[in-house]
Design a binder for this molecule. Structure first.
Ligand SMILES: NC(=O)c1ccc[n+]([C@@H]2O[C@H](COP(=O)([O-])OP(=O)(O)OC[C@H]3O[C@@H](n4cnc5c(N)ncnc54)[C@H](OP(=O)(O)O)[C@@H]3O)[C@@H](O)[C@H]2O)c1
Length: 251
């Protein structure tokens, strides 16, 4: 039986790449998207073309009030598409950047970051836990910025640091059911993230490339397949770990 992964924010960027990599390695995918149904449907089509099953469901992870309705839609998709009551893998990927110096960060920016990257991850995992199969996996996305500091990333990095501690507690509390939970912390990757800064600004790109042992910034294909490999059946004894996927950034 194929494993089913739910990837948040899978309509573009690293989530999209992860969804496609999971399908390529033989998994089925629930693609969640905040607003762009067209992009999500495109990912679903690509996955189906690979011979795997996929569905798209809307979810704003910051809107915790909407989570019960999301869980109901998920249960109905699981029954209709897979004839199951559970899924196997949760990838908490959805997220945005708000970059400002501490003395310029607004409360709204701070709250927005923590709503998406911390509260959303916490309460989505809580709501989905009864539907996550025993022996399942959770991957939470953090960032290389929890290990190294740059002016302007304080609130974002603090939110990601919180996610890393949530990972440890999820691993501890869900481990009794055989559920492994890990953090994947990408370095600077060329996506739309932060207004596409790393991808589109040659100076920033070169600056981050110069910090890596492998001499370049990351591409989505450096991340999705790595997450898919963490979800493979034979990669089963890794839990509660923060795995940085950054080409050796600032080592
Ligand atoms: N790219 C990097 O350099 C980098 C480095 C380290 C960590 N990360 C982390 O990796 C994850 C993915 O980043 P990315 O590079 O793929 O960014 P991206 O290209 O900007 O894509 C972000 C994705 O998250 C979704 N999203 C944002 N807020 C959401 C919300 N409230 N509810 C549901 N979905 C939401 C977006 O949906 P919409 O299309 O609706 O906006 C989009 O699908 C994030 O957690 C980010 O913090 C990225």
């Amino acid at each position: 039986m194929s494993k089913i992964a739910l990837v948040t924010g899978a309509n573009r960027g690293l989530g999209r790449n992860t969804a496609l990599a999971i399908a390529k390695s033989g998994g089925d995918v629930i693609v969640t998207y905040r607003s762009n149904a067209g992009q999500a449907q495109e990912v679903v089509t690509l996955i189906r073309e690979m011979g795997r099953q996929a569905v798209a469901l809307p979810l704003d992870v910051a809107d915790t009030a909407s989570i019960p309705a999301f869980v109901e839609s998920l249960r109905s998709e699981l029954r209709n598409t897979w004839g199951r009551d559970s899924f196997d893998h949760l990838v908490n990927n959805a997220g945005h950047g708000e970059f400002a110096l501490i003395d310029e960060t607004t409360e709204a920016q701070f709250d927005g970051l923590f709503a998406v990257h911390v509260k959303g991850v916490f309460f989505l995992a809580k709501a989905l836990l009864p539907h996550l199969a025993d022996g399942g996996r959770i991957v939470n996305l953090s960032s290389g910025l929890t290990r190294i500091s740059f002016p302007g990333f304080a609130a974002y990095s603090a939110a990601k640091a919180a996610v890393e501690m949530l990972t440890v507690y999820m691993a501890r509390e869900f481990g009794a059911r055989g559920i492994a939970v890990n953090t994947v912390a990408p370095g600077a990757i060329e996506t739309d993230f932060g207004g596409g800064l790393v991808r589109d600004n040659a100076e920033v790109n070169a600056q981050f490339a110069g910090m890596t042992a492998l001499g370049r910034v990351g591409l989505p294909d450096d991340i999705g397949p790595m997450i898919a490999s963490l979800l493979r059946d034979d990669n089963r004894w890794v839990t509660a770990q923060r795995i940085e996927v950054s080409g050796g950034q600032t080592i």
